[in-house]
Structure formats: structure tokens, C-alpha cells
Write a protein of this length. Structure first.
Length: 171
């Protein structure tokens, strides 16, 4: 059963003062036109940088004359690295469904991967950097499973932010 009735299934259009009187076009990513939107040469304002906003901003900026992003709180995001499923992976899933379901039931995150037992606060900065870089390249939600304490210990999380700052400085 897939319920799919969570907060992501309904577009939340805040009642901004003046929205009803706005003469320009406005769009909500949850109600995106199937034919797409051409932003070529337009001045665009984007409100919010949730997961969809993070993905939409560079695409809009590529064609818009100007993009202004209105952001209350910066989001941290890891590339998903989505790709077609390899034949080997598909075979593995077909051959190990019980094992995969067991992992999802046994883990705190409910995902089909285990959180590493190592602690970021007990790992040398050099080794931590290598582990984070490998997790970044792998991408997706497994990034947060690189260390057991990353999501629950402020010191461990601060060490992850150091990686983020270094990565941003290099970009």
C-alpha cells in the first residue's frame, strides 16, 4: 500500500498580501505546468529553498535574465546521484527481498542501508574527510549514514559543517 497523502501531495500556496492582485505569472512547483515554463529574459523571484527550490534555482537561473531567491533558512542538500538501475542491482534486489526488508525494519532510519557504527568525533580529520568525500560521491540519503553520531551529536554535526564549508569554498 502506498498512501502518498502527506504534505508533499498538496501544494501549499501561502496567502501573500497582494498575490491576488499580482499582474505577472506565478507558479508553484507542486502545480507545475506540464508544458513547462520559459523564463528566457525574465526577472524571476523564487520564494523558498526547500528540496524542490534547490533543484529549480539553477535551472531557472540558466535562462532567466535575473533570479532573486528569497530564503528564510538555508537548506543542506546532498546530490541524489539518481541513475538508471544497473542489471546487477536489479538482480540483487530480486534475489534478496527478505534481507532488504529486514534491514528496513531493523534500522532507525527505515531505509535499506545501515548506519555506520563509527563516530565522527572519534575519527581523525583526514579520515573523516575521506569518508565524507566518498559519501558525497555516492550521494543520496546514505550520506547521513556515514557516521553513527552525525545526526544526533552537535559536535559530530559541526564537523560535517566544516566539510560543507570547505566544499563551498572550492566550488
Amino acid at each position: 500500500m502506498i498512501t502518498a497523502v502527506g504534505c508533499l501531495s498538496t501544494a501549499n500556496v501561502p496567502n501573500f498580501p497582494g498575490l491576488k492582485d499580482f499582474k505577472g505569472n506565478w507558479y508553484h512547483t507542486g502545480q507545475w505546468p506540464h508544458e513547462g515554463v520559459d523564463f528566457t529574459g525574465k526577472r524571476v523571484g523564487m520564494i523558498g529553498t526547500g528540496s524542490t527550490g534547490i533543484q529549480a534555482a539553477p535551472v531557472i537561473a540558466a535562462t532567466a535574465a535575473h533570479l532573486t531567491v528569497f530564503q528564510r533558512t538555508a537548506n543542506y542538500s546532498v546530490p541524489a546521484r539518481n541513475a538508471p538501475l544497473t542489471p546487477e542491482f536489479r538482480r540483487y534486489v530480486k534475489q534478496h527481498p527478505g534481507e532488504i526488508r529486514a534491514v528496513t525494519r531493523e534500522t532507525l532510519n527505515g531505509m535499506a542501508f545501515r548506519i555506520e557504527q563509527r563516530l565522527a568525533v572519534e575519527t581523525s580529520p583526514e579520515e573523516r574527510e575521506k569518508i565524507y568525500e566518498a559519501a558525497w560521491e555516492r550521494g543520496g540519503l546514505q550520506f547521513r549514514a556515514a557516521f553513527q553520531d552525525m545526526m544526533v551529536d552537535k559536535k559530530a554535526n559541526a564537523r560535517r559543517r566544516t566539510l560543507s564549508s570547505a566544499r563551498s569554498a572550492r566550488s
